[in-house]
Design a protein around this ligand. Sequence first.
Ligand code: ADE
Ligand code: ZN
Length: 356
Amino acid sequence: MRSSIVAPVAARYPDGMTDLSAFIAGLPKAELHVHIEGTFEPELMYALAQRNDVAFAYESVEALRAAYKFGNLQDFLDLYYQGMGVLLTGQDFYDLAMAYFRRAAAQNVRHAEIMFDPQGHTERGVPFQTMIDGLWRAKADAEAQFGMTISMILSFLRHLDEASALRTLEEAQPWRDRFIGVGLDSSEKGHPPSKFKNVFARAHDLGLKAVAHAGEEGPPEYVWEALNLLRVHRIDHGNRALEDAALVKRLAAEKIPLTVCPLSNLRLCVVDDMRQHPLRRMLQAGLVATVNSDDPAYFGGYVNENYTAVQQALDLTRDEILALAENGFRAAFIDEAAKQRHVAALRAYAIYESMS
Ligand code: ADE
Ligand code: ZN
C-alpha cells in the first residue's frame, strides 16, 4: 500500500483561515529590500546616542517608538533621517548592521542584499570610509558566524540632485568591490527616475546592478522610467504598476522582480488594510514578487513578520509562500549555482516539513 504524505503542519483559525507562521519561520529565505538604516531599533539608537554624547530627541525609547505613526512616506523619512544622525563611528555602523544580520539569520534569511544611504551620512560629515568599513566588517563577521551571504547596494537619495549622486558614486570608487549595485530611494513623488539617468548610465558602465524604488507612492510612469531610462534589474515596491496593464505585461514578460514590503505598505498607508494588499494579484499576474521588510525597526517586523502578516490577511497558501520564497532566491544578485542550491534547500525543507 502506498504510504500517504501527511498534510503540512498548518493551524486552522476558527473562520477557516490557515496559519502558516511556523512554516514561514523555518523557511530558508532571501531578503532583497532592506535599508540598513531602517533596521535601527530605538534601544540601539538610544545606546549609541549616549555612547556618542549626541542629544536623543525623545525622552525615552518608548516615546520614540510611540512617534512611529506615519501618514505617508515623507512622515517616515523625516524620522528616519533624524534617527540615522546618531551614527558617527565605524563601530556604530558595525553594531547597526550586526544587529540586523543576527536577527535575519535567526529568521532563516540565508542571503541578504542590504541598501545603504551614503549621502545620509556624508552630508552630515561622516566620511564614506568610516561608514563602508563598519558595514564591511559586519558583513564579514556575519557571513562567518551565521553562514549567510550578504551583498550591499549603494542607494542614491532622490530628493537630492543628480550631481550629488554622481559625486557619491565617484567617491565610492575606491570601494567599488564592496557593493554589487546602486539603488534609488527617499521621497518618490516629484523625483522621477529620469532625474537620475546619467548616474545610472555611469553605474552600468562600471558593471553595477541597478534597482530603484518605483510605484510605491509614485505613478506607473515612474516604473516605466525606471525600466526604460535607468535599465533596472529589479523594482523596489512596484505596487502601483498594477494600475497599468501594459506595464504588468512588460514586467511579467521580462521577469523583472518586484521587492514587495507588506508591513511598510501598511504603515506608510500605501494600502489601507492588509486584506487589500496586491501581493496575490501580483503572483496571479505572473510577476516575480518577493517579500521583504524595508525598514523593519520602524514598520513592526522583520521578514518573517512580513510573510506572516500578508499570509494571514490574504490567506495565502503554502504553495504561494513557497513561490514567494523561491522568487526571492531567483531575483537575488547571486550566480546561477547559488540560486540552484538555495532553491534545492527550500524544496527539501518543504518536503521535510510536510512529513513531520
Ligand atoms: N528609504 C528607506 N525606506 C524607504 C522607502 N520605503 N521608500 C523610499 N525610500 C526609503
Ligand atoms: Zn525601501
